[in-house]
Design a binder for this molecule. Sequence first.
Ligand code: FNR
Length: 345
Amino acid sequence: PPLSEILNLHDFEAIGRLTMPEKAWAYYSSASDDEITNRENHAAFHRIWFRPRILRDVTNVDWSTTIIGHASTMPIYISATALGKLGHPEGELNLTRAAAKHGIIQMIPTLSSCSFDEIVDAAQPDQVQFFQLYVNKDRAITKRIDMRMAFDAEDPHEIGKSGSDKVDRSRGAAKAITGFIDPGLKWADISWFKSITRMPLILKGVQTWEDALEAYDQNLAGIVLSNHGGRQLDFARSGIEVLVEVVEKFKEKRGITFPNDRFQLLVDGGVRRATDVLKAIALGATAVGIGRPFLYAFSTYGVDGVDHALQILQDEFEMNLRLLGAGTIKDVVPDMVDVSNIRSH
Ligand code: FNR
């Protein structure tokens, strides 16, 4: 169907299932084990309800924000997802170009199909991109990746070795492409990352308030509350539910409220609507990551699909901010959500 018939992000999934290359559909749509966490990522949003306010002037609404110091037209960013070329020959470049058009941030994955150079070259001169780093067992490679990101160019071929082109495919796709990741990574290593970069560091995959507090105490710039789209530990809780717990505990243990600029909370998993995003914002998140919908969008429609997906979100933000009675993202406050169905721990 033409893009004009695609009315929401769910539609991209339904069409992708019918039109995408089979391998791409299998890799993009799947999750771990029995996919309980993947389903929970959606279900958790269904337990949160709005408390919209009325008779507030919402003639002009503005849903732009700042994520880790960088302007974004929406409180969303494109999550890092591996192997973009499975779905479309231009792979991650579709995301780069649509992100530029809409003024949002793309998180580039370590395991991108396009090279780091291709992705950075496809970006506009002033376009901000984040980089998702899988830490190599060989820390010299991780260090060189960082230097490359700071545009202090070295041998580009060396960087490729950390990615998907040097893999042992005898053990299945997932293991093959992640075999270089260091399972020995620990909290004490954070000081080493700080020593090799001046870029802000955010930690992805936090799933408890205890680890969130540790990240804060280690002076990181923020965390992503994420179970990686239900693709890692099944029965991990949803990011949105962990967010409620984290915000409560930071208030109790440190007297800190969110959002704040010293330490930002990002969330991902199961976000498909601006209403999902606004729930996270109300609860204290700065922004929310979205993964699969953009993969389905470019697999069927290329860059135009991602552009259309982002335009749908822009339209949903405008409409739903008005309906919520909020003029700006700052006006989306905790009182605007009812979390009584999840405040049970
Ligand atoms: C991912 N994700 C991911 N995360 C990461 O840090 N590095 C990676 O290489 C990948 N690869 C990847 C591939 C595919 C196909 C998917 C669907 C996801 C996880 C991703 O960053 C994000 O956490 C989830 O995709 C968010 O959930 P939704 O929006 O897909 O429900």
